[in-house]
Design a protein around this ligand. Structure first.
Ligand code: AMP
Ligand code: FE
Ligand code: FE
Ligand code: ZN
Length: 284
């Protein structure tokens, strides 16, 4: 593997990023990354195009996904790396998730459409065919209609969970998420677990349950993790021998996050590769 930052969390147009998988891989290679993981929400549909694009770049591609899970109404994101994309149980769950996300987006658009000139077609126009639909696509439609300046403004207003337009979507528990990823030979890593001033969005006891079920690591380096939360996570990682990652959560132009603004230590990345049996990194 060439030297250069390792970024284990990015999104393409297969979910809510603004670049195609090939464009994203090209941007990462151009920037001199050593390795990049493609982790679209609830989908592996970008893996093939990303694998083709990495050839000849000298960079490594790490196939992954960010699985939606939830505890009650609070959403918990579980990164999965190097699992078997054909795992029947994981395919079943992600198919259900994408389907439910679409119906949930339709419900939100119906509510918003009662107050604003916004149609379901306006939202579909913002997403690529088969993409995992989410609030970012509704945000893009609101921006196109002039109701918000950018995605962030839309999230702070009409799409905020307290706006009255918010609808939840179905998702498995984080425990089920960890099991699904491990059963598929992958390595589950809890994404941005210390955001919004909370120490962790998973209660401590629940986190220990996740570790017992096979949680492999925690994403400590992430712009939305608080400083106190990071310290807490590092202590937990030490205590339970968890892999510690750092990543950008790049969404192209959809978020201010820049590639490799946070990165993962090569020794930590090596631990992920060692644990994985579902698929292998692709050396371009
Ligand atoms: P959803 O899962 O459909 O509820 O939407 C959450 C997604 O929106 C996450 O994957 C984030 O990447 C994205 N997101 C959340 N807040 C913002 C923001 N302020 N600006 C742009 N994207 C955001
Ligand atoms: Fe996202
Ligand atoms: Fe996330
Ligand atoms: Zn993400």
């Amino acid at each position: 593997m060439r030297t250069g930052p390792i970024d284990l969390h990015t999104h393409s147009s297969v979910s809510d990023g603004t670049e195609t998988p090939a464009e994203l891989v090209a941007a990462a290679a151009e920037q001199g990354l050593g390795a990049v993981a493609l982790t679209d929400h609830d989908s592996t549909a970008g893996w093939a195009a990303a694998a083709a694009a990495v050839q000849g770049t000298g960079m490594m591609l790490v196939p992954g996904m960010e699985l939606s899970t939830r505890i009650g109404w609070s959403s918990v994101h579980m990164l999965g790396y190097l699992f078997d994309p054909a795992s029947p149980s994981l395919v079943r769950e992600t198919t259900r998730l994408r389907d439910d996300r679409m119906h949930r987006a339709e419900r939100m658009v119906a509510k918003i459409g009662a107050d604003y000139d916004l149609s379901w077609q306006d939202v579909l126009d913002q997403a690529s065919e088969g993409a995992t639909l989410g609030r970012p696509h509704i945000a893009d439609a609101l921006v196109a209609k002039g109701y918000a300046r950018d995605r962030s403004a839309a999230f702070a207003g009409i799409l905020h969970w307290r706006s009255g337009y918010y609808e939840p979507h179905e998702a498995p528990s984080p425990l089920v998420g960890v099991r699904l990823i491990r059963e598929a030979g992958g390595v589950p890593v809890l994404a941005h677990p210390a955001t919004h001033g909370r120490d962790t969005n998973v209660p401590r006891d629940h986190l220990i349950e996740l570790v017992e079920a096979g949680l492999g690591g925690v994403e400590v380096g992430h712009r939305e993790n608080t400083a106190a939360g990071r310290e807490r996570l590092l202590e937990l990682a030490k205590k339970y021998d968890l892999v510690v990652t750092g990543s950008s959560d790049y969404h192209g132009d959809g978020k201010p996050n820049r590639l490799a603004e946070n990165s993962t230590d090569p020794a930590q990345f090596a631990r992920i590769v060692e644990q994985a049996t579902g698929s292998a990194p692709i050396q371009g």
